[in-house]
Design a protein around this ligand. Sequence first.
Ligand code: UDP
Ligand code: MG
Length: 198
Amino acid sequence: MARPLYNVVFVLGPPGSGKGTSCQKIQEKLGFVHLSAGDLLREERQREGSEVGRLIEEHITNGSIVPVEITCKLLENAMEAAGDAPGFLIDGFPRNQDNLEGWKRQMDEKAKVNFVLFLSCPVEVCINRCLGRGQGRTDDNEESLRKRVVTYNTHTLPIIEYYMKLGQVKEVSSEPTADEVFSSIVTVFKDAGYTANL
Ligand code: UDP
Ligand code: MG
């Protein structure tokens, strides 16, 4: 029997907009599985014997975007490994046209994108959060951050706009505190029909 379609919510927004924090909270409350594309890439970068570790490192430091074949495979493997889940929160992907096209080629028949949760936040607030969060990331420095913001504005915003035209974007301002943001997110999920545990 064919496996049911993976139920996917893409979570996008500038670096430091709180994607990871919000996804963690949604995971706890709704049982959706949080998959951060950036975390999966960082894991792969650390994996002994990885043939793409150096390539990933270069992209992360430059704030540029890893070829979709790599990222999408990591995402698909993680979804497969997670097994049964009411849904998946795919955090920080798709970030550019290459990501979007690659996802469609690889996943269109295996996954249904329910909606895009867009966490909007002024860039300066985001940058200050990243500089203050002390997660030890090699790309949370002023120089990499400026590059990440340029990449976001140039490549990721058009993807969000693409989904906006399809009426699939639910925007939440992530400028307030994490708890306030989360309560707006709960409303979004309720409106989308996910009432279990909410
Ligand atoms: N990245 C990528 N493709 C993805 C997700 C992340 O190439 O689908 C790389 C990219 O270089 C990005 C970095 O990983 O700047 C960190 O991504 P993450 O989502 O962890 O951080 P964010 O910039 O959203 O805070
Ligand atoms: Mg993140």
